[in-house]
Design a protein around this ligand. Structure first.
Ligand SMILES: [Zn+2]
Length: 75
């Protein structure tokens, strides 16, 4: 499975259950609702609204990776 599909699948799962997640205000990562601090930037401010989580999941699913591989282009 390409990384792009994998991310799209993750985003779909997150969108299906946004109550399980929250969005870091520091780096916009989606983290588990139970996390005390962001594992990515160690921030502790989060937006727990389902709308925000869904919107951010969509952004992450469509955002280009650091590098584009031929696998990504084929999908
Ligand atoms: Zn963060």
């Amino acid at each position: 499975m390409s990384e792009l599909n994998e991310r799209a699948e993750k985003a779909a799962k997150i969108s299906a259950r946004p109550d399980r997640y929250k969005v870091c205000e520091g780096c916009e990562s989606i983290v588990g609702r139970n996390a005390n601090a962001c594992p990515n930037c160690h921030g502790y401010r989060f937006d727990e609204s389902g709308e925000r989580v869904r919107a951010q999941a969509a952004v992450l699913a469509s955002r280009p990776q650091i590098s584009v591989t031929p696998d990504d282009l084929e999908t």
